[in-house]
Write a protein that binds this ligand. Sequence first.
Ligand SMILES: Nc1ncnc2c1ncn2[C@@H]1O[C@H](COP(=O)(O)OP(=O)(O)O)[C@@H](O)[C@H]1O
Ligand SMILES: [Mg+2]
Length: 264
Amino acid sequence: MTSSPPEPLLRAEGVTVRFGGLVALSEVDLEVPPRTVVGLIGPNGAGKTTLFNVLSGVVRPQEGRLTYGGRPLRDHRPHHLARLRIARTFQGLNLFGGMTVLDNVAVGADRLAAGGALGMLTGLGRHARDERDLYARARAALAEFDIADTAAALPGTLPYGVQKRVALARALVADPELLLLDEPAGGLSAGDVDALGARIRGLRDRMAVVLVEHHVDLVMSVCDRVVVLNFGRVVRAGTPDEVRADPAVTEAYLGTPAEAGSDA
Ligand SMILES: Nc1ncnc2c1ncn2[C@@H]1O[C@H](COP(=O)(O)OP(=O)(O)O)[C@@H](O)[C@H]1O
Ligand SMILES: [Mg+2]
């Protein structure tokens, strides 16, 4: 840890989101420094998904502002993320069932090609060299996740844990600066969760990560910083140790010491 924190890559200030009369987020501040893993935890209904959706341009906040790389991020949409070098995964899998694993992963690299990977895959507006490069990157991403042998398979024929790795490989193939992960541990076995934790820790040298997860042990073990939401407000932000030691957090969320249970 350095003594003076670097300028954040992503900053959210005073973010408020209302759904009708319901306040889902209330004046939430969040900072994501470069090459830092930031965990977002909190009980059901705390506003985690809403904040994730604000960051990924799916939900527009009524109040507050975002900056990315020091510049205002206004009215961004999910389809702008690739250009901003932000990648995301989805709570489920969101893989294309009719495409091979390799094609699914190649789609994630669409910022690299002017025509877009989908255009390339369907034979529109692409150059052979771009396409070779794209597939080389997709194969490298699969190899990094130890699933090179699944390249030709259809996702639906693979175990769930492997499909989750395909989804993560797809997010990484475009070489993002910021990776947004929505409950990546959902549905994984204990062994797969441990492996996922190691992979996320390994990403820290290359990118910043926002990890929305109710698997508390995973968050505490991989994150540099943890932000705890409750009723749409930030209850506490700090290192895992600081957050764990805060009685307000224990009361609001953990209930029992974090080691005692991993699922909220
Ligand atoms: N599209 C929506 N319309 C209305 N209410 C919503 C919508 N999305 C979320 N909410 C409400 O906002 C609050 C926060 O939800 P959410 O962000 O999904 O919490 P979490 O992900 O922490 O469980 C909840 O009370 C939820 O019911
Ligand atoms: Mg949620």
